[in-house]
Write a protein that binds this ligand. Structure first.
Ligand code: DGL
Length: 280
């Protein structure tokens, strides 16, 4: 699959540790349907959220390298954990040394920009253990609006429950309530879903938090920010095409990916291929 002479092939790459990134990708397909895409899920090594920063960086770098070798001009790391723990080093060290013409973006900055709104005094964030430990959202929001209080809470059990197709089970609702209770008690005004998987629980989260708490779908905000980025960066030479292509790649079982992925994306996937992205 990777293209031998490594030239950019007018493709946007979207990377996630698994299926969760489809919650973001869905919005790219809605808002920017005329671009070629490769979606890569590292399902074989999910969850990233429980791993060390060094491991998350190494896994993310391998995925990014694979997508760049496959001809992606631009990559969006849809995974919050990888954005929190690996993006900076990829942007500051790996890209300048190996692929100075290409770009890799994450999801934390566009979401932080959206939420760093002076109308908020107190906002909450839920995410994986690793995203919360990195304090990524708090740091970015504080840079933009230091007066906003940011309360962070990890919610590690939600990813495996969603990957298992248990999003609507009462057990999941019960666990969700437990995670959200402290944030609700603190009377936050907005909640950041700081993990690709959580939008699958959006209706239930909104119900628990009540109508006074804003809980937007992160995919919408990230897609809007991608539109504006593409407008500002013509040098990336990403062009709209008729019959734009979509390739779905996973490091694990492609049949399972397609089965769950089509449900998550709410549309058919032409083909899902299994790929090897690591040396091991
Ligand atoms: N995709 C990850 C994120 O957005 C969640 C799944 C994982 O732990 O790998 O943080």
């Amino acid at each position: 699959m990777p293209n031998k002479n490594n030239e950019a092939k007018n493709i946007i790459g979207v990377f996630d540790s698994g299926l969760g990134g489809l919650t973001v990708f869905k919005h790219f397909l809605d808002s920017l349907p005329d671009y070629n895409y490769i979606y890569l899920g590292d399902n074989a090594r999910l969850p990233y959220g429980e791993k060390s920063p060094e491991t998350i960086y190494e896994y993310t770098r391998e995925a990014v390298e694979f997508l760049l070798e496959s001809g992606c001009n631009l990559i969006i790391i849809a995974c919050n954990t990888a954005s929190a723990q690996a993006l900076r080093k990829i942007q500051q060290e790996y890209l300048p040394a190996h692929w100075p013409e290409r770009r890799v973006l994450g999801v934390i900055r566009p979401l932080a920009e959206h939420f760093a709104n002076p109308k908020f005094k107190k906002i909450g964030v839920i995410g994986t253990k690793s995203t919360i430990a990195a304090g990524a959202y708090r740091t970015e929001i504080k840079k933009l609006s230091p007066q906003i209080k940011v309360l962070e809470k990890n919610a590690p059990l939600l990813v495996p429950l969603i990957e298992e197709g248990w999003a609507k089970k009462p057990e999941t609702k019960m666990i969700l309530k437990k995670y959200l209770h402290p944030l609700k008690t603190e009377q936050i005004e907005a909640l950041i879903l700081g993990c690709t998987h959580y939008p699958f629980l959006l209706p239930e989260i909104k119900k628990i938090m009540g109508k006074n708490v804003e809980v937007p779908d992160p995919g919408e905000i990230i897609a809007a920010s991608l539109i504006s980025y593409l407008t500002k960066h013509p040098e990336l030479e990403l062009k709209k095409t008729k019959n734009a292509s979509r390739q779905y790649l996973t490091t694990d079982n492609p049949r399972l990916f397609k089965e769950l992925g089509e449900k998550f994306l709410n549309q058919k996937m032409s083909k899902v291929s299994q790929v090897k992205i690591s040396e091991l």
